[in-house]
Design a protein around this ligand. Structure first.
Ligand SMILES: *[C@@H]1O[C@H](CO)[C@@H](O)[C@H](O)[C@H]1NC(C)=O
Ligand SMILES: *[C@@H]1O[C@H](CO)[C@@H](O)[C@H](O)[C@H]1NC(C)=O
Ligand SMILES: *[C@@H]1O[C@H](CO)[C@@H](O)[C@H](O)[C@H]1NC(C)=O
Length: 380
């Protein structure tokens, strides 16, 4: 891996040999690793149901109604998909349970990690205030607040495990950061003042810098292994295509590409600045855009049409699961037999099939995760 990480690798190897493996080691999909837990930060791409526990006046976005969750859980869990999210599949790929929502009162054990993500959230306070202005004061938990929650979890772990064991657990764990799309969509593209103040280049650098600051804040708490999730082509979601006359909304895609183009430099800055840190980033943009725009791969044939929802391309925000005054469903829902042809489950979120495919790329692939894959990261 990196030349200057040799010493640290040796130290960690010694820790592993001297007993940590017995305590924390696990077996992933066909490989051994030493990752006890996953701590996850971000938006709806990774929210396992935190938003439904936001009260007074509630969350800007929810997914806690049927038919969300129908594929794996057989019930809505608050995840924005028909089944598991990529971070859940990643956890399972490492032999851990699906990720647990921090805000769920039933989540009490943090020793396998916990998930702080909140659908609709972003890095910037202005994204949160924009959403509140649009959605009648309703809210999200942004990254800064998710970091505060993580610090409380760390204290709890120290209380239950003692300082040494808690620190070893945090040192060996994976940290997922999957954010920025809402800063682009709601915080920038819907705010003309913001566009006058910041050029696309400067605004996307601010997203990169905010990600850098998030990694540094976690590093200060003892985190070492990071997965930074790149931007998807959000201009091609059913919501955007539906509003844009049937084609992808390119200004949104351009911003996503700009963020992704800055990930290699972010990765290098972080590993240079933080001794012992391992950062990988993912970039599925081309893969997903290719399927949307040029038809089929892996059996996907529906492009930007969502399986579940209302309106053009089933792309109305909040359409999936909507019902009328008599409680009768008013949304379209594809059959379970054809679900495998859909990339998008609802107006903006992927089906479990897509999530599973992506996670496979992240764990064992080469093309969409850089500079090395998660099975390698898990063994760092
Ligand atoms: C739009 O952006 C400006 C400039 O950053 C900010 O001051 C303002 O609060 C934003 N508007 C909303 C509705 O959030
Ligand atoms: C991003 O961070 C770099 C390094 O600290 C700094 O030089 C640059 O001015 C920042 N850019 C923006 C737009 O915040
Ligand atoms: C990715 O993972 C596989 C399986 O563990 C491994 O054999 C391969 O060398 C890895 N590729 C890269 C580029 O790290």
């Amino acid at each position: 891996m990196r030349k200057d990480s040799g010493f640290l690798m040796t130290v960690l190897t010694l820790l592993v040999v001297s007993g940590a493996q017995a305590k924390y080691g696990g077996k992933g999909r066909g490989f051994d690793h030493d990752v006890p837990a996953i701590f996850s930060f971000g938006d709806s791409t990774t929210d396992p149901g935190n938003n439904q526990f936001l009260e007074n006046p509630g969350a800007a976005f929810l997914a806690n109604i049927a038919p969300y969750g129908q594929t794996f859980f057989d019930r809505p869990t608050g995840r924005f998909s028909d089944g598991r999210l990529w971070v859940d599949l990643l956890a399972q790929g490492l032999g851990l349970p699906v990720t647990a929502a921090y805000r769920d009162p039933a989540t009490k054990d943090y020793t396998k990690g916990v998930n702080f993500a909140s659908g609709g959230s972003g890095h910037f306070e202005t994204t949160k205030t924009s959403l509140a202005a649009i959605f009648g004061g309703r809210t999200v938990t942004n990254i800064r607040e998710q970091l505060e929650q993580f610090r409380r979890v760390k204290s709890t772990l120290i209380g239950s495990l003692g300082e040494k064991k808690a620190e070893l657990l945090l040192d060996r764990s994976l940290y997922v950061i999957s954010s920025g799309a809402n800063d682009i969509a709601w915080g920038y593209l819907l705010n003309t003042t913001m566009q006058q103040v910041y050029s696309p280049d400067v605004y996307t650098t601010r997203i990169i810098n905010a990600t850098y600051d998030t990694v540094l804040a976690l590093y200060a708490e003892g985190a070492k292994k990071f997965i930074i999730n790149g931007q998807n082509p959000i201009g091609c979601t059913p919501a955007n295509v539906g509003r844009n006359g049937g084609t992808c909304f390119e200004p949104a895609n351009a911003l996503c590409r700009l963020v992704n183009s800055k990930l290699p430099d972010l990765q290098q800055r972080l590993t240079r600045f933080c001794p012992g840190v391992f950062v990988v980033y993912t970039d599925n943009y081309k893969f997903l855009e290719g399927i949307v725009k040029t038809g089929s791969a892996y059996g996907f044939t529906k492009g930007s049409l969502a399986c579940c929802g209302t309106g053009p391309y089933n792309g109305d925000v909040g359409g999936c699961g909507a019902f009328d005054a008599n409680g009768a469903p008013v949304y379209n829902l594809c059959s379970k037999e054809t679900l495998g042809e859909y990339l998008y489950w609802d107006y903006a979120h992927f089906t479990e099939k897509v999530n599973n495919l992506q996670t496979g790329f992240y764990i064992n692939g080469r093309e969409f995760v850089k500079p090395f894959n998660v099975s390698t990261l898990a063994r760092c």
